[in-house]
Design a protein around this ligand. Structure first.
Ligand code: MG
Length: 241
């Protein structure tokens, strides 16, 4: 202890950085725990698997909490139009989310009507899913936009019918006891390996009309949108941060 006090009081202020003992700037505690990384298809060892291609057990109807009604086939879950959004039974705060999606190979509709779905963080903040391959719409509503708040830096869309990936890094908003926003939510999105949103500051719920505003909330589900188009999802996993 005496030696540490001596170091702090005397050596540190007097010595230049080059003369510091290297041990002075080493951090040993805590030691990051071991996680076995995924191999491209398998998730990391500490991930919560939300869809492994076989069952909708982790999901429920966002309308009323009843059983999820989307279609599971060929390792994918597909929107059954007009059955409503799905949400996870589990609730989350800060997360890393991996999700793969596919807009219909058979193109129908245009603009917002073509391959529209969405990934809602905490059930409120939409990372848009859309067929944006040769399908112009408003930029803050195309694929990988934070709906009506942030356009993606670039359009990294794959063609209709191709599987695409989102890796989403999300920090939940923080509210004071009186409901005031202490820190806005932020999100980083990697679309097909391309960084498209970096610490984008979410301004409130992503609504179709009007300006976004915050309503205080706690942990929330991950919600997938039924926008009437048969968009598919697979290989969905999440890590709590
Ligand atoms: Mg949408």
């Amino acid at each position: 202890m005496k030696r540490i006090v001596y170091l702090l009081l005397f050596v540190v202020p007097v010595a230049t950085a080059q003369e510091w003992p290297p041990e002075l700037t080493e951090v040993w505690d805590p030691e990051p725990r071991m996680v076995t990384p995924g191999d491209g298809t398998a998730p990391p060892s500490d991930a919560i698997v939300l869809f492994d291609g076989t069952s909708l057990d982790a999901w429920e109807s966002a309308r009323d909490g009843s059983a999820a009604k989307w279609i599971v086939a060929d390792g994918a879950m597909t929107v059954a139009p007009r059955t409503g959004d799905l949400r996870t039974k589990e609730r989350f705060g800060d997360i890393q989310l991996h999700i793969e999606f596919r807009t219909p190979a058979e193109v129908s509709g245009e603009g917002q009507g073509r391959g529209n779905s969405g990934v809602f963080l905490q059930g409120r903040y939409e990372v848009q899913v859309l067929d944006s391959y040769g399908n112009r719409t408003y930029s803050n509503g195309q694929v990988a936009s934070i709906y009506k708040q942030h356009l993606p830096m670039v359009n990294a869309a794959r063609p209709p019918g191709a599987w695409q990936t989102y890796d989403i890094f999300y920090r939940a908003p923080v509210f004071a006891p009186d409901g005031e926003v202490v820190r806005k939510a932020t999100v980083t999105v990697v679309h097909n390996g391309v960084l498209v949103q970096l610490d984008a500051e979410i301004q409130g719920g992503t609504t179709y009309t009007g300006l976004p505003k915050y309503e205080p909330h706690g942990d929330g589900p991950i919600e997938l949108q039924d926008h009437g188009n048969p968009v598919s999802y697979r290989n969905v996993w999440v890590r709590r941060l």
